[in-house]
Structures are given as structure tokens and as C-alpha cells.
Design a protein around this ligand. Sequence first.
Ligand code: FES
Ligand code: MG
Length: 590
Amino acid sequence: MSDIKPKLRSQQWFNNPDNQEMTALYLERYLNYGLTRHELQSGKPIIGIAQTGSDLSPCNRHHIELSKRVRDGVIAAGGTVIEIPVHPIQETGKRPTAMLDRNLAYLSLVETLFGYPIDGVVLNIGCDKTTPALLMAAATVNIPAIALSVGPMLNGWFGGKRTGSGTIVWKAREMQAAGEIDDDGFMDMVASSTPSVGYCNSMGTATTMNSLAEGLGMQLPGSAAIPAPYRERGQISYETGLRIVDMVHEDLRPDRIMTREAFENAIVINSAIGGSTNAPIHLNGIAKHLGVALNNDDWQKLGHRVPLLVNLQPAGEYLGEDYHRAGGVPAVIGELLAAGLLPHPDVLTANGKTIAENCQDCRSTNTDVIKQVTAPLVDAAGFINLKGNLFDSAIMKTSVISQEFRRRYLSDPANPNCFEGRAIVFDGPEHFHRGIDDPSLNIDENCVLIMRGAGPIGYPGGAEVVNMRPPSYLLTKGITSLPCLGDGRQSGTSGSPSILNASPEAADGGGLGLVQTGDIIRIDLNACTADMLVEPAELERRRAALGTRPFTPDSQTPWQELFREKVRPFSEGMTLDGAHEYQDIARKHM
Ligand code: FES
Ligand code: MG
């Protein structure tokens, strides 16, 4: 063939004059379902579609349809498509937790992108962990890549009110308990929150991570928030297919887009949208695979003071369709740019323009849904990073602390933002459910509930269990929340003011493993510290008494065991030990 473009890595497989035998063997198998030699040998970029949609992954299932439009775009731009199955991740369906599979999907996609003739890839993102898994893989392999959201579900409605997926179940439970709805009403109300294909319509981890994939520059501007069934969703899929072919010709790779500056922007955007506490885990993880240093101190320093602009459930009122109509991610970025709050306006994005070029003229078209910086929902919406003898790092979203909670715990004039409480320690969620209503624990409003054995090793992948309800007898007295801290996570759809993602976890030698029920815990939100007031000698004695593998039940599957041996703490992105040493591998091994 005359018009070979030798820079395409796929031509090593399909058009290698030094090894005709292997070329023939590679070729014949991809011809056998109808591809032609012209499509594989004429220098057309081979574009992978990393397909996360399947019957097992309902949130992403609509990608099966959208990929047809991506394919049309790729072909129109002169490329050839090879669809790539990705290990399924379904947030609500996977036991023990979908988080366990983030690194498995990452590993398998790295092998696929590296080991097969792929020149560029469209990353089909959506449900919570699919976004970080695919961005991490693209970061490691570092071939031209663009993300495509499946889009959120339509708004849920019940009795004339919006019902948000992932968030309505708590409200429905309360109504059922109060006798306002029966068992069928409970099911109907919960099901009303998921009226169509797409990812969760509330501001949980899915909307967070899809918005941040756009904020990082890895999606076409305006694409994260388009609801899955809207016609624009199909249209942006076509545009994404067109664009990835150009990205291959331009050799525009993830490491030129996802720079340290892009991550700093994303931290600011996360605060402005009211993003999930899972975001630091995922962004720290993606950054690590690019060799970009990013830690929880950065999140406090860059994100804590940024105002909350997006009024979505669970913190606010609205849902995904409203977010899109008010302007979506470009409007949020436009508002931040206008106020001078986006630190790096000149970073490059997937469409070849800077984030400022894409968004500087975008503004909220409904300031009830996307607020302006001058009248935000909350002033300081980001996270603080706590430290002490309980852990080296743990995240807290101070903006969700209620007035009642502030009055009860944080209003001592001598010591504002500081409190002490008696520890009640639970070893995992099962222990909590058995123990919380046990009267012999004497839990009162001066207690701090502690959850351990719920981190990446203790509960492989980490459980979303740190927000714990008070005992029933306190609930009936009107005490609806107690201070909680732990080494697990919290659902992005829960708004509790917990201290979570504690690293290192109890199962990894963290101080949480030494705390005992009855110890006094001191939390200081000014100094950002959390400590157990126990003598160092006593702590040493307790440490010596721990077994070899504390807080780690037996693994149930081979992957759980491999994961436990290799996983790094939440604060380091829950990545696999050593994986970050493999970077830019497609180029290194041309
Ligand atoms: Fe999949 Fe929420 S459970 S997006
Ligand atoms: Mg979740």
C-alpha cells in the first residue's frame, strides 16, 4: 500500500514488511468477519471503543446504542472501529463492592489497549467506577483517548416531586416507617428515581466523575451532562467519533491533557459541583498513573474554600436534566472563570482548544440550578484533610455539617470547631448493625462512632459504610446524627459530615486499629486533627497485641486476595502497588 502512515502502531500488526508471515496471520483473523484489507492496511487509524455497556451494567447499557453513532463518526473521519469489551462494573449490583473491580477493569483494559492493534480509543464512561478505571488505563498506555459519557437518566418524579436515584431510598424508608406509604409504595417510589437509561441523575459519584472527566479536558465540552435519551447524546457521540480520529493524527495523548494543572482545575470544579468524597480517591489514582503528584493536602489547599454552585440532590433540589438545561459543566467552568477561580484557564482539552476557549462565554442559564459565584449555595464546599494518631489522612466535607450538629459539638466558645467524645468502635458493617442498638454500649450524644475494617484491604475495595445512624433510642429523642469516622468510604449520594477514607486503614497498620471503645477522641477542625487521647506506651502495647493480619477476613475470590496483597491506601488513589511504574507504555514499546 502506498499511503501507509508509519506512526500508526496498528501497522506493526497489519502492515509489517519485515514480517509478512505475522502480518498475514494478524490480518486474516480480522478479515474473517468482513473487514477488508483496505480498512486495516491503508493507514486508517484503528479506533477502539472501550465498551462498558452490557446487560450486567444497566447504567452504561445505553452505550451499546451510542457506540453506533461513535462508529459512524469514526468512519466518516476516515478511521476503522474495533469494539473492545471491558470488564463489567455495576455500582449497585456487584458484591462485595464495585470499587474492588475498578483496578481489575483498569488492568484488563491496559492489557487490551497495549496488546492489540489500537491507535486511539473512545472511553465509554458512566457508572461510578467505570470513569476512573478507563481514565487510569488510558493514562498508563497513553495512546490518544477521549471519554464519552453515557449521560444521566431523565429526572425521576413521584407525587409531583423530583426523586433522585441513589438518594430517594432513604426518604422512602422514612415514609414507609411513618406509615405514609406501604411496601408497594416504597418500591414504586424508589423505582421512580430511575425512569430511563443512563447513570444516576443525582450528584453522586457518577455525575461527579463524568463532570470531572470533562473538567480534566478528556471529553468534548458540554458532553458530560446531556441526559442519556436526549438527541444531543447521539449527536455528541458522533462528534466524539469524528474527533478521536483527528486526535490520532495530531498524536494528542492523555499526558498532554491530564497535567498537574488540569488536576488542579478539576479539584476546584469538584467543589463547585458539590462532588463526591470518592473523587479524591479516583483523581489521586488517575494522577498517579500519569506520574503527576497529587494528594489530599492539595484537595484542602485548592478546593476547600471554593463555593458550591450546583444545586443538585442530595445536597440541593434538582437533578440531571436541570443541570444540563442550566448549562452543565461548561456553565460551571464559565462562572468560575469569570470570577477568576479556575487556576489554569490555558490547559489543553480533547478538542484541541483550551478550557478557557471552550467555556469562557458559557454562563448559567438558570441560576436556581447553577448558582453564580456571588450567590453560591455554600461558601466553602471542598474537603479538609485531617491527620493525627488515628490516621495520616482522612477527608471531611465540612459544608454538610448541619446547624444542629454545629450547635451541639462545635460551639464551645473556648474551643470553637473542636470537640471530644467517647469512642464506640465497630469492626465492619456487620458488627455495626448487630451492635448499634445494644443498650449495654451506653451510646449517648457525647460519643464518636468509629468504623474500621472497612478500607481497601479490610473489606476488599472499601465499603461505603462510614456514615452510621445513632441508636434508635437517640433517634426518638431527636438526635439524628453522631460524629462518625472510619477507614471506609461513604456513598456519593449521602450527605453526612463523616471523617472518612482514613489512610492507612486499620488492616494496614493504621492507628484506627489501636482505638478501643471508651477511649476519648479529640477532633479539631481548625487544626485539622483527629486523635485518640491514649498514652504512646499504651498504644505500643496494643499494637504488639494485634495479630499478623488484623481486620482482614478471608478472601472469597482469587482477585480479592491479589488485590489485598497489592493495594495502596485510599489517600494514594487505591492503586496497585508498582503499577504506576508502567507509563507511556505504547510509545516506549513501539
Ligand atoms: Fe451506576 Fe449510579 S449506580 S451510575
Ligand atoms: Mg457509590
